[in-house]
Design a protein around this ligand. Sequence first.
Ligand SMILES: C[S@@+](CC[C@H](N)C(=O)[O-])C[C@H]1O[C@@H](n2cnc3c(N)ncnc32)[C@H](O)[C@@H]1O
Length: 258
Amino acid sequence: MSAADDGTADFGFERVSLAEKQGRVDDVFRSVAKRYDVMNDLMSGGLHRAWKSHLIGMLRPGQNRPFRHLDVAGGTGDVAFRVLEAGGPQTKVTVLDINEAMLRVGQERADNRRAGTRFGDRIDFVTGNAETLPLPEDTFDAYTIAFGIRNVPRIDMALKEAFRVLKPGGRFLCLEFSRVDLPILEKIYDAYSFHVIPRIGARVAGDRESYRYLVESIRKFPSPGRFAAMIEEAGFSRVTHRVLSGGIVAIHSGWKVA
Ligand SMILES: C[S@@+](CC[C@H](N)C(=O)[O-])C[C@H]1O[C@@H](n2cnc3c(N)ncnc32)[C@H](O)[C@@H]1O
């Protein structure tokens, strides 16, 4: 369970008020923003790239038609750039995140790529909350959220907002850490997560506590089956999920049926 009726949510292994959770999550990403991308490579041994490629493979943005994409909790733009690379010239991506420090890094990356590239003005960055998207309904062909939703205090609200802004026929895809389902892998994964990752965080990002939170928050996220049910409760149809890397991550998919 993430958010409860009593107005509290998990912040890692602590139970805090919904407002406190968002404030502390914001502190985490403000602190790690500049080292976020390099930390992703270090912590996952580059695997996050394969997981994101898998996500984009499922998305298949069209080559010869307009494609409006929204990447929520998009941070430094990693998923958005991949969508643009996979899509055609009429693909446009909006990156939305609550944290301006993360978006600034994404904006700089986009500016660097823009110099002489094909991205032009096909990407924009919006500061906003996944729970109350500052965007009109029935607007996007697809919505992605990668490693973002477990940080959102009211996951049910974020899912309802995803449903609202998608066009009828639009696709929801969520890439998130999940439950390791192989006993031997689980032991290694636990040891790595709780002992190694916070140390890498301390050394590379100068912030052990933020990476401890990230590891704990993975353990508190709902099981793939429970999360699929939440996606259905938000209105989505044909909800499916697939697990990757022995359950380290899962990709959930749903459709807004007209
Ligand atoms: C682990 S990062 C993921 C960034 C990116 N999607 C990726 O895969 O590299 C989580 C992101 O969620 C954002 N976030 C947390 N709470 C949010 C909220 N309520 N609304 C929008 N973004 C939020 C954080 O600011 C952070 O950038």
